[in-house]
Design a protein around this ligand. Structure first.
Ligand SMILES: Nc1ncnc2c1ncn2[C@@H]1O[C@H](COP(=O)(O)OP(=O)(O)O)[C@@H](O)[C@H]1O
Ligand SMILES: [Mg+2]
Length: 212
């Protein structure tokens, strides 16, 4: 199973677009995809035109049946949508012991039918994002072709490394650590993907002209 967090601290770099596009590409190749939105803006549901009755917080905080919280967007894509209530959900998680493990404990019980789990996160370092990173262990960073986006990617990459080191150092939930494929490197940066390349093309050409 591939589990992937799509993140950059910068907004508007095509995180949601990357998450939904990857979901579609994998689904078209016959893979069963779970797409989870943890951004309170709820952009995944909006961009796919979904009508959700229940959201992330119903599953994570109120323990509603996972299946009842999903939207079956296509035969191969199930979506757990997000809403403004995700902010309250995050506040509730703050009081939970080993809170960073919340997603690992919850989603590992329900992700078995899926080949791919993709998590879209808010453009900030939040508890939800940390939970997503601990669960997925892999992070893909969309970087639009501008300086601030690159800085956001750098900050995020540093957080991933720090998180990995901290989780390895402290005593956390033994079952989660035991089930980790690489307990010494809990959260790793899978890669970065350049977005908005077409819009940046004139700028790239200009730069090449000045410094070939
Ligand atoms: N390749 C692209 N070309 C043009 N517009 C794009 C492209 N990718 C994304 N967008 C648009 O850019 C905006 C921001 O993308 P989005 O995926 O919502 O970013 P993020 O999730 O990082 O905030 C959206 O309006 C989206 O439709
Ligand atoms: Mg987004």
């Amino acid at each position: 199973m591939i589990k992937l967090v799509i993140s950059n601290q910068r907004g508007g770099v095509a995180k949601t677009t990357t998450a939904t596009t990857l979901a579609r590409l994998w689904a078209d190749r016959g893979r069963k995809v779970l797409l989870i939105d943890t951004d309170p803006q709820g952009s995944v549901g909006m961009s796919l035109g979904l009508k959700a009755d229940k959201f992330l917080h119903h599953f994570v905080v109120y323990n509603h049946l996972f299946e009842s919280c999903l939207v079956h967007a296509t035969p191969n894509i199930d979506v757990l949508c997000s809403s403004r209530e995700t902010i309250q959900a995050e506040a509730s998680l703050m009081g939970v012991p080993a809170r960073e493990m919340s997603f690992s404990l919850l989603f590992s019980k329900v992700d078995e039918p899926y080949d791919i789990v993709i998590i879209d996160v808010a453009p900030s370092i939040t508890l939800m994002q940390t939970c997503a990173m601990v669960y997925a262990q892999s992070v893909l960073i969309p970087v639009s072709m501008d300086t601030l986006s690159l800085q956001g990617a750098g900050a995020f990459s540093a957080q991933a490394n720090q998180l990995s080191a901290e989780l390895t150092a402290i005593k956390t939930d033994a079952s989660v650590l035991a089930s980790s494929p690489s307990p010494g490197n809990l959260t790793k940066l899978t890669g970065a993907i350049a977005t908005f390349k077409s819009t940046a093309q004139p700028l790239i050409r200009e730069m090449q002209a000045v410094c070939p």
